[in-house]
Design a protein around this ligand. Structure first.
Ligand code: DGY
Length: 322
């Protein structure tokens, strides 16, 4: 008998086709999220689950399992929605989808750097709302922003995505500095300067881009104390997780022009982000689309499926979390 697999949301067509061939699969074709309690009840009839970041797989979820579920192939590199300790205690393997989304997230990071420096949100709205009327604008003011060429980009978390962001930024002649738990080897670091202390790096940044996972250590790493160290002209970019930011502090800094701007793809409590962000001209916001390209979403879906294939053929997982 083929293993039974539940897929909690719609994933890429190509990956769903493979699942149909290899497993006894229940797809979520209309992409309607399963309510928490319903998912718990349902998943007890399955050997494997393909999850996404919309699923809350917390301690209670794992404690409610009756023993059939053996593996979770999570579609996402971040797995802060999964209590991996509880999974381990229940002897349930969990995989994620690292690496395949690095380029897509780096692209969105560069987009946010450019958009928030060149006031693209404001400029776009001016045309889109048909309020671009002045033929003789003050050329020193109307939609005049900051150039990124030659500026310093401070990267918090110089992992795989941080390193690719650094490479893309080098194409704009940006100078790279970084804060990381460990100093990278020379070949990975290239010309970037290492700071072992975040607070020493921040005053030297024109741009600060965050690329850390959501962990207890990174929760509210952007807070009143760290924001005080950002230069007044600096821009903050976040494509990692909203939990890294103290919203009150960032909104206060943006509102009172203590920093120049922010470009945010991720938020606390998505999709119900703090609505005060929407009132700020100097904050460019996106709905968590860092990995949203056809190529990357297919690669993420395929990696989750291939992890399940490995598990059920007794091979090591390709990207095991626990
Ligand atoms: C990830 O994979 O963690 C991205 O943020 C998409 O959810």
């Amino acid at each position: 008998m083929k293993p039974k697999i539940l897929v909690s949301r719609k994933i890429s067509d190509g990956a769903e086709e493979i699942l149909k061939q290899e497993f006894d699969v229940t797809l979520n074709l209309n992409d309607k999220p399963y309510p928490y309690e319903e998912l718990i009840k349902l998943v007890n009839n399955y050997d494997g689950l393909i999850s996404t970041s919309f699923d809350k797989l917390d301690k209670n979820f794992f404690e409610s399992l009756t023993g059939r579920l053996k593996v979770i192939g999570h579609v996402g590199v971040g797995y802060d929605n999964i209590n991996t300790q509880s999974a381990k205690e229940k002897n349930i393997k969990v995989s994620n989808t690292p690496n395949v989304l690095n380029d897509a997230v780096a692209e969105i990071t560069i987009l946010l750097i450019l958009a928030s420096s060149r006031r693209i949100g404001e400029a776009y709205n001016l045309v889109k709302t048909n309020t671009w009327k002045d033929h003789r604008p003050d050329i020193t003011k109307l939609m005049v922003g900051n150039e990124i060429t030659g500026k310093t980009l401070g990267i918090i978390g110089m992992g795989r995505i941080g390193q690719i962001v650094a490479d893309r930024a080098r194409a704009f002649n940006m100078k790279i500095i970084y804060f990381n738990r460990n100093k990278l080897s020379k070949d990975l670091e290239k010309d970037a300067a290492y700071y072992s202390d975040l607070k020493s790096m921040l005053p030297n940044c024109d741009y600060v881009s965050l690329h850390t996972p959501a962990t207890p250590e990174t929760k509210n790493i952007i807070n009143p104390e760290t924001l005080k160290l950002f230069p007044k002209h600096s821009v903050f970019i976040n494509t990692s997780r909203g939990s890294t930011v103290d919203d009150d502090a960032l909104i206060e800094a943006l509102k009172n022009k203590k920093i120049y701007g922010a470009g945010l793809d991720v938020f606390n409590n998505e999709p119900n982000l703090d609505k005060r962000y929407l009132e700020l001209d100097n904050c460019f916001v996106l709905p968590h689309v860092g990995s949203a390209t056809h190529e990357t979403r297919l690669a993420m879906s395929m990696l989750a499926v291939n992890n399940l294939k490995c598990f059920f053929s007794n091979k090591p997982l390709l990207s095991e979390v626990v």
